[in-house]
Design a protein around this ligand. Structure first.
Ligand code: SF4
Ligand SMILES: [Zn+2]
Ligand SMILES: [Zn+2]
Length: 312
């Protein structure tokens, strides 16, 4: 197949035709920059904290955030990176090596915080203990603690926004997961800008790769020759999300545009869900009596799990 814009050979087949390497890179970057502009994900003089892991999504979003700032003559010294080391053997230590190198090469200051230091144990050690009491899967523990540490440390670092590498596939999965579990409250927290609009205890999370399919991000990272270990987390096949992911990939293969369709139709409902979420959450959010971070209960979920391992 050849590129629909020139005669070079295509590196990807998209719905509207194939694209060669250079035209794909332009298309991809334009899509990300348009998302940032349309949803006003980045404001002038904001301190931006990119949540990074060393994987393809986070390195791509870090690289393109910096490129966006440079292109728009915005200061790049307001850009920082924050990583959470969950303590997953044979996995995270590898991606952190790539991450440190990448941040050094691109002159972005990196902070790394860990489950072990902040919450007492690595994920590998904590999850079997928590699982015994609560039946929680590794991704449930990981998700709660990671969001908790990202928010806590982004605030500490003075960030106005946390930028994440969530892509179209991640979002389509999250939408369907919430729908299957009738979790309308959590659904209201999705979208290109997630979290509550204005709240002292929360730093807003934004997703510039929102409209980029996973395979597009993978290709972009490959074409840009980002040094990445394309390994998967050993727990990734254990969760509910994995089944949803397989189902959506299967549908996408048979019916092109499925994931985009899910996200587009969700976006039309999102303002209603957000209104509902903001009205109820504003009154409910308070600070956790243990750690003073945001919580909708007396003690936040992160502290409850921390206590479980302390008492074990
Ligand atoms: S797959 Fe699950 S356990 Fe692994 S990093 Fe992601 S959320 Fe954490
Ligand atoms: Zn071309
Ligand atoms: Zn707490």
């Amino acid at each position: 197949m050849s590129c629909s814009k020139c005669q070079n050979s295509a590196v990807i087949a998209l719905q509207h035709g194939g694209l060669c390497k250079n035209h794909f890179i332009d298309y991809f970057e334009e899509k990300v920059f348009k998302t940032i502009n349309k949803y006003q994900l980045i404001g002038r003089n904001e301190k931006l904290c990119v949540a990074v892991s060393g994987g393809k999504d986070s390195l791509t979003v870090l690289y393109l955030t910096k490129k966006y700032l440079e292109k728009n003559n915005l200061p790049t010294n307001n850009l920082i990176a924050l990583a959470v080391d969950e303590g997953i053997d044979n996995y995270r230590e590898k991606t952190l090596v790539d991450l440190k190198k990448f941040c050094q090469e691109h002159a972005v200051p990196l902070t790394i915080v860990s489950f072990e230091q902040e919450l007492g144990k690595t994920l590998d050690k904590a999850y079997p203990i928590i699982n015994k009491d609560t039946n929680k899967r590794p991704c449930n523990v990981c998700g709660v603690w990671r969001r908790y540490l990202l928010n806590k440390h982004a605030k500490k670092l003075g960030a106005d926004k946390v930028i994440t590498g969530h892509n179209l596939d991640d979002e389509a999965q999250a939408i369907i997961m919430n729908m299957f579990k009738a979790n309308t409250k959590l659904a209201g927290r999705l979208g290109p800008i997630s979290g509550l609009e204005e709240h002292d205890l929360f730093v807003q999370r934004v997703k510039p790769l929102y409209f980029c399919a996973e395979k597009e991000v993978r290709l972009y990272a490959l074409l840009q020759k980002f040094q990445i270990e394309f390994t998967e987390c050993p727990y990734s096949k254990e969760g509910y999300r994995h089944h949803i992911q397989e189902m959506l990939n299967d549908f996408e293969q048979k019916y092109k545009g499925t994931k985009q369709g899910i996200v587009n139709s969700f976006l039309t409902m999102l303002p209603l869900l957000k209104d509902q979420e903001n009205q109820t959450a504003e009154t409910k959010i308070r600070s956790c009596s243990k750690c003073q971070e945001a919580s909708n209960k007396d003690i936040c979920n992160a502290c409850v799990m921390k206590e479980t391992i302390q008492n074990a």
